[in-house]
Design a protein around this ligand. Structure first.
Ligand code: NAD
Ligand code: USQ
Length: 427
């Protein structure tokens, strides 16, 4: 199958492109390297040293004999994107090319506007390019479980059948997203649904949970192929962050009570889900929604699991509760359906099996690259502007010392440091 991976230099996109290439698909990557730029802006780096994309692609070719085509450009530029669609004539387009960090979208007005323009315009351009040049192509779009928020009822896969005043209908599941980033995904979902209805396009909206891990069989073929592993306060996701924090003896940064519950999945399941979606396309005019995660955990569950795994490796792992910089329920009901991808053949990797091998050990292997200054949250949802996030912040000296294993036992805890950085963050 001919598949274009938009955002193929990124965390999910890179692993997916290699997986599809290895499984015999003809793959092209599109990326404008914006993400590498955002890391520079924030003064952060991935834990794992990622090589330039062109170099990674040539290593892949020399190791496997497979060629992945590369188109460098911005999906918000219609002429560029439509020329890729005309040139490559894909049967499926996998769309990862968005600004994906909720904290980045909450830095200030400029970052909120940028996130929504980048994400919504990119997706709209893609819909128009498919309609004009490749109307039979299947759009596989990455959405997010966060589109639903945390309602006090079970979450269905995209649609819910309701009865109201004696009448019955199946309608999109209500959306209550928690950041301007998550909102951009809701806007995308509505645009995709409308384009399928109006123009007969075919689409699968994958509402993905939080992804963890970095190793896939393909990435493991050589260190030059290593995927990114973000752990900073803006782009780092919770479990990846906790593993890195544990590796340097930094107290785990649980925001608030830690009852926030989310769906999670291993990066190896992300790549398989994408292939399953591509191989089982939606019908013309259909906009399917699958919930793409395998297990649900609260933040505090994860902290305890990392603490236990750390103990097995001889690490002393402490847990801190920081004032929550986000506006979110810290304790809530959560039960989200996720059976459709399993029915199509997904065999999940479970966190209990991969925590030590693919997470803690990677964190320990690259321990010398860990920057303890990017652990405390710099973006506070309640503030209209968060100038601290635009430049690297020095963590209080004693915290850094503790992280480096030089503590004399008198360090302040991370919660106190966080209150200094976020005096207005209350609950
Ligand atoms: P990432 O930031 O690592 O990768 C995104 C890639 O897209 C980057 O390489 C970036 O340069 C590129 N990109 C962004 N805007 C672009 C544009 N306008 N033109 C061309 N390229 C552009 O993100 P990721 O973690 O791989 O996430 C990929 C997708 O999956 C996102 O849409 C995200 O919302 C979704 N998702 C991610 C997670 C997760 O835990 N990482 C969970 C759920 C959903
Ligand atoms: N959290 C902590 N401590 C931390 C970091 C996060 O307690 O150090 C908490 C957050 O407050 C939140 C939860 O952990 O309640 C998840 O946060 P996260 O940063 O891991 O994930 P999130 O912001 O939701 O975003 C990530 C990806 C995004 C994707 C989303 C899937 O960055 O692209 O869409 O996961 S979901 O959460 O299902 O919406």
């Amino acid at each position: 199958m001919r598949v274009v991976v938009l955002g193929g230099d990124g965390y999910c996109g890179w692993a997916t492109a290699l997986y599809l290439s290895k499984n015999g698909h003809s793959v092209a990557i599109v990326d404008n390297f914006a993400r590498r730029q955002w890391d520079h802006e924030l003064g952060v780096e991935t834990l794992t040293p990622i090589r330039p994309l062109a170099e990674r692609l040539s290593v892949w070719q020399s190791l496997t004999g497979e060629t992945i085509k590369l188109f460098v450009g911005d999906v918000t530029e219609y002429d560029f994107l439509s020329s890729v669609i005309q040139n490559f004539e894909p049967e499926a387009v996998v769309h990862f090319a968005e600004q994906r960090a909720a904290p980045y979208s909450m830095i200030d007005r400029k970052h909120a506007v940028f996130t929504q323009v980048n994400n919504v315009v990119g997706t709209l351009n893609l819909l128009f390019a498919l309609r004009e040049f490749q109307p039979d192509c299947h759009l596989v779009k990455l959405g997010t479980m966060g589109e639903y928020g945390t309602p006090n009822i079970d979450i269905e896969e995209g649609y819910i059948t309701i009865e109201h005043n004696g009448r019955r209908d199946t309608v999109p599941f209500p959306k209550q997203p928690g950041s301007f980033y998550h909102l951009s995904k809701v806007h995308d979902s509505h645009n995709i649904m409308f384009a399928c209805r109006a123009w007969g396009l075919r689409a699968t909206d994958l509402n993905q949970g939080v992804v963890y891990g970095t190793m896939t069989d393909e990435v493991a073929l050589g260190e030059a192929l290593i995927n990114r592993f973000d752990y900073d306060d803006v782009f780092g996701t919770v479990l990846n962050r906790f593993c890195v924090q544990a590796a340097i003896g930094y107290p785990l940064t649980v925001y608030g009570k830690g009852g926030q519950t989310r769906g999670f999945l291993d990066i190896r399941d992300t790549v398989r889900c994408i292939e399953i979606a591509c191989l089982n396309p939606a019908a013309r005019g259909e906009c399917r929604v699958y919930n793409q995660f395998t297990e649900q955990f609260s933040v505090l569950d994860l902290a305890h699991m990392v603490q236990t795994a750390g103990k097995e490796l001889g690490l002393k792992v402490e847990i801190d509760h920081l004032a929550d910089p986000r506006v979110e329920a810290e304790e809530h009901y959560y039960n989200a359906k996720h059976s459709k991808l399993i029915e199509l053949g997904l065999e999940p990797h479970m966190l209990s099996d991969s925590l030590l091998d693919s997470l803690m050990n990677v964190a320990l292997k690259y321990r010398d690259r860990i920057d303890a200054n990017v652990m405390l949250p710099r973006v506070n949802w309640r503030q209209p502007g968060n100038p601290a996030a635009r430049k690297p912040v020095e963590a209080p000296a004693r915290l850094v010392a503790a992280a480096a294993g030089k503590s004399n036992g008198s360090r302040r805890n991370a919660a106190a440091a966080s209150r200094e950085l976020h005096p207005k963050a209350g609950r």
